[in-house]
Design a protein around this ligand. Structure first.
Ligand code: SF4
Length: 708
């Protein structure tokens, strides 16, 4: 069944959940229900789907959909709603300036949505206050890539995971968060038992099941671990001197910094690992040429996240193990289109088509290409700062698109208060009721997966089409249309005349070609001016897409050619010590994360009874020693408290977490569980380079809850 070719009544599309970007074949039955299966020809999954992907058909019904626009809770028509949005944004800009308005969007919207939202805000409003929940997901990887490579470029491809002889997973529960990639690695390991897999994670997750070595590292011990590895490589003839000499800069500073914090006893202290465990891992890396290091939120979601990324990349640059078959550092993105958003500049510190907001020549190019009168000149507010600005009254009009920050942002209660106090809030949503939409003055119904048309880019730079297979429900419209209609009403009609997403994509590709002018090869400029039939027929492909060439799988940087000024990859000197969050009053560290069968704040996956069967209610994992001291028994309700809030969760007593640490999934919203929004606890502290919140190490205390 899995490999049965596509049937005529099936539409080829892409899963809207994680960054693996699996191909899906979807079919609408005569009773309007949807049946899905994995696309056997899609190079990300070759027919596989995980539990979330295979339940897509159960989550796309009428139930709970937002079907019409509304203003202050009253149903209205599109013209009235859009007129009000345009006038309120225009008034705020006129009275308080362009930086008084903001968009907060999501890694779920499509590249075409992102492109027009970014164009409107940065080119025509004249500010950069557009950020997204991708900031919570992979911003530290973006910052780390840019420091090391000069651009945000992922060197490798998925096939490398099958070709590697050593896969090291750092802060990544691939088994639950990127299940199809995990399946690909598990299958490769079964075929080649000599392949070694190492898991480095404070929590022993299901991913450990296929691992040869599990290292229960202390939270934020990663820089010390990889600095120690760099030192070990230098001491044991493990460096690739030719590669370092010809293709990199900054090695000696990075090594000096590594050595400073890398005595074996110091590394053992900072990582919480024994010297024997460290030596085993270091020797594996030293002796295995084909090594891939996968990292995810355990690396990114930290106050030292960018340094963690660079500490990993340093080891790959030092060995020349980058961009070659079965080798390289590999950041896997959490969301389906976090990568596509990055490509079109959908973050507050990016421009578009990989051009730099800080560079005057790039700003001039984009301004000219868009005929944009007010092109922004400086970065805008990143997610955490954006909501702080809302709370401080500096944002007068806020547009929240396809995301639920009242559940997912750190210090979520304060975010709720901020949104509630904002003078004008627009929420574009698929669902009628979310924790955030209750605060929207204007609600705009958004088309859902299966109704929208566009592209997404997965973690290996592969662009795939999301194709519609049914009409939008009610009066819902795609997000790009919402933005264009508001832009037209604000006097920017000429620049937002799109009729189809093909036109938007063609313009984005043309901007890539225009901006890059042939001197960089990571664009999709070859598709400039693509017509709708060709766009509709696009097969999944990776960028770079060369003019006239067949799509191919491409790795970067094996032979140098980085995108820095001197074309060399940059080592970054990073320091091993990381601040500790624990206090006497809050002696435990809260780690947050995902479950196998839920997605983000459950607005979609919560609709599937089958998915709810996996884990039905919110919980907190507690080590048995802590439970004993606290007098907590299995399945009792406990109150978990931080300096920012408290939540009520079911105790799950397990050795998966170490003493002094607790883990709780962040999915539950108020619709599915009262007082269980775990991100209310998380401290809104961020990495200084990426602005990504440190969602995995908040100091908390745990208390027996009297109410059962
Ligand atoms: Fe969807 Fe990710 Fe599962 Fe693939 S692995 S089916 S993209 S959720």
């Amino acid at each position: 069944m899995q490999n049965r070719p596509k049937q005529n009544d099936e539409i080829r599309t892409t899963c809207p959940y994680c960054g693996v970007g699996c191909g899906v074949l979807a079919r609408k039955k005569t009773d309007n229900s949807i049946v899905v299966r994995g696309d056997p020809e899609h190079p990300a999954n070759f027919g596989r789907l995980c539990s979330k992907g295979s339940a897509l058909g159960e989550t796309t019904g009428y139930e709970g959909r937002l079907l019409t626009p509304s203003i202050y809770g009253e149903r209205t028509d599109w013209d009235t709603a859009l007129d009000l949005v345009a006038s309120k944004f225009s008034e705020a800009i006129a009275e308080y300036g362009p930086e008084s308005v903001a968009i907060y969007a999501a890694g779920q919207i499509l590249t075409e949505d992102y492109y027009v939202a970014n164009k409107w805000m940065k080119g025509f409003v004249g500010a950069s206050n557009i950020d997204t929940n991708s900031r919570l997901c992979m911003a530290s990887s973006v910052a780390g890539h840019r420091r090391a490579f000069g651009t945000d470029t992922v060197p490798g491809i998925y096939e490398d995971l099958e070709k590697a002889d050593l896969i090291t997973l750092v802060g990544s529960n691939l088994a639950w968060c990127h299940p199809v990639l995990y399946q690909r690695i598990a299958a490769a390991k079964q075929a080649r038992p000599e392949m070694k897999v190492v898991l480095i994670d404070p929590r022993r997750t299901m991913t450990a099941d296929i691992c040869d070595l599990y290292l229960p590292i202390e939270p934020n011990g990663d820089v010390a671990l990889f600095n120690g590895l760099l030192d070990h490589l230098s001491l044991h003839d493990g460096l690739n001197a030719d590669y370092i000499e010809q293709h990199t800069s900054g090695f000696s500073d990075a090594l000096t910094s590594a050595i400073d914090g890398s005595s074996p006893s110091k590394v053992a202290e900072l990582t919480g690992l024994t010297q024997s465990e460290l030596a085993t891992f270091y020797d594996l890396f030293l002796t295995t040429e084909k090594a891939v290091t996968i990292y995810s939120q355990g690396v990114n979601q930290s106050c030292v996240g960018t340094d963690k990324v660079n500490s990993i990349i340093n080891c790959h640059l030092a060995t020349g193990r980058i961009g070659r078959e079965g080798m390289g550092p590999f950041s896997v993105t959490g969301q389906p289109n976090a990568m596509g958003g990055r490509e079109v500049g959908g973050l507050a510190n990016l421009l578009a088509s990989h051009m730099e907001l800080e560079r005057e020549d790039h700003r001039a190019l984009v301004s000219e290409f868009w005929s944009a009168p007010n092109l922004t000149k400086k970065p805008g507010l990143k997610a955490v700062d954006l909501f702080k600005a809302v709370r401080e009254g500096n944002i007068k009009a806020l547009w929240i698109m396809s995301t639920n920050p009242v559940v997912s942002m750190p210090e979520a209660d304060k975010v709720a208060e901020a949104i509630q106090a904002c003078p004008f809030v627009v929420v574009s949503e698929v669902q009628a009721k979310t924790d955030t939409s209750q605060y929207g003055h204007v609600l705009l119904p958004a088309a859902d997966w299966g109704e929208k048309d566009g592209t997404v880019t997965n973690s290996e730079r592969r662009i795939s089409r999301q194709r519609p297979f049914r009409e939008p429900m009610g009066e819902s419209k795609p997000d790009w249309w919402h933005i264009c209609e508001v832009a037209r009403r604000m006097g920017f009609a000429d620049a937002f005349q799109y009729e189809t997403t093909a036109e938007i994509f063609a313009e984005y590709a043309a901007l890539s070609a225009y901006g890059n002018a042939g001197d960089r090869d990571f664009d999709i400029g070859a598709l400039a001016g693509i017509e709708k039939p060709a766009y509709d027929a696009l097969e999944p492909f990776q960028w770079p897409r060369k003019v006239g060439a067949e799509p191919s799988q491409t790795r970067f940087f094996a032979n140098g050619g980085f995108y820095t000024a001197d074309r060399k990859g940059r080592f970054v000197a990073v320091h091993s010590e990381a601040p500790s969050d624990r206090t006497d009053a809050r002696p435990m560290l809260l780690n947050t994360g995902r479950l196998r069968d839920q997605w983000h704040t459950m607005t979609r996956t919560g609709k599937s009874p089958r998915l709810a069967q996996h884990i039905a209610e919110p919980f907190v994992e507690i080590n048995p020693k802590d439970a004993l001291v606290l007098g907590i028994r299995e399945a009792e309700l406990v109150s978990v408290r931080s300096d920012h809030g408290d939540v009520l969760l079911r105790a799950l007593i397990t050795h998966r977490v170490k003493k002094g640490q607790v883990f709780a999934p962040f999915h539950w919203n108020e619709q599915y569980a009262s007082n269980a929004r775990v991100d209310t606890l998380v401290r809104a502290v961020t990495d200084p380079f990426s602005g990504q919140p440190a969602s995995k190490s908040t100091a908390v205390s745990v208390h027996f809850a009297r109410m059962q």
